[in-house]
Design a protein around this ligand. Sequence first.
Ligand code: CP3
Length: 346
Amino acid sequence: MNKQNKIFIEACNGRKVPYTPLWIMRQAGRYLPEYRAIRKKYNFHEMMHTPDLMKEVTLQPIRRYDFDAAIMFSDILVIPESMGLNFQLIEKIGPVFKNPLNSNKKINSISYGDISYFKHIFDGIKKIRRELDNKKSLIGFTGAPWTIACYMVEGRPSKDYRHIRALIYNNPKAFHYLMEHLTESIIEYIRGQVNAGVDAVQIFDTNAGFLSREVFESFSFPYLKRIILAVNKLNVPSILFVKGGGNWLDLLKTSGANVLGLDWTINLNDAKKVVKNKISLQGNLDPSILLSSNNIIRKEVCKILKSYGNGYGHIFNLGHGITPDIPIEAVQTVVNTVREVSPNYK
Ligand code: CP3
């Protein structure tokens, strides 16, 4: 079966589909008991870089919920690792780098990522693609240069990312040097993912909302456009998720992406008017709704479907990642509701 028959890909391209396809950000993660069982035996890095474990964890949510797309299990921070910057996942903090880029000298010593670092990830993709049903899509991904740079410079999750924001003003040359090296490394990494078999590529600019529109437009967006152009040349759909970017849709619609991922702060109908049916939209249920009762979840999922309304080009998703405290039944309610109700809008 060729890619044209995958409902997720059809929706990315705004073509006719019988129902709204769905997947969930961070669907391969700690809210799943079967993920936690594997995680007990292996550390995060072992899971990312052992092809069989990567395959297993990627397929777990598909087996349980029959989502329309699997997202490969990995992390945006493999890019800094390929440049020699290693992180550890510390409980209750998140990723922490041993050697953050906390001086201009360190930034200027950065070189392009070593593509051989991704060998096991590409092997994992091949294994997943062989086992995943042909009707389902495999989503590859990367972090946006800005979001990845935030972690490299700050060294850990931060409330405000103020050191890297200050760098933009104090040393724009060093900032651009870093962004340039990230962008080229990311493009090579994505090429490898597509060659190994991913069907679409999502770019996560999770930290975009820390920037003013003006700074985003000149210091992050040009790099995003270069990456999207590279994805489009590989003939797979590009999905751009800019968290906090709901008010910038007039700008984001010029990115070249086939799909814009939206957080829950914008109404899908308003977004649809801005992109005028030319770009597909992915989203945008507030993940915190999954902590309420099944009745409320059902009602809110229906609201999202209604807000997109009739027509194609909608991919159901959360407005951001699912958190580890969300009950597995809540996700089943989302899946059942989307499958039952969305055909009414086609
Ligand atoms: O299903 C999937 O989406 C799985 C693949 C995936 C992970 N991280 C696995 C992961 C994806 C697409 C990501 C992207 C990612 N990683 C982003 C951008 C998207 C977003 O959610 O905002 C960011 C900013 C990161 C960096 C990162 N990695 C953080 C902040 C953390 C800690 C998160 C936490 O809640 O503790 C990670 C670790 C991480 N990445 C986990 C998973 C499943 C938790 C790993 C574990 O402890 O088992």
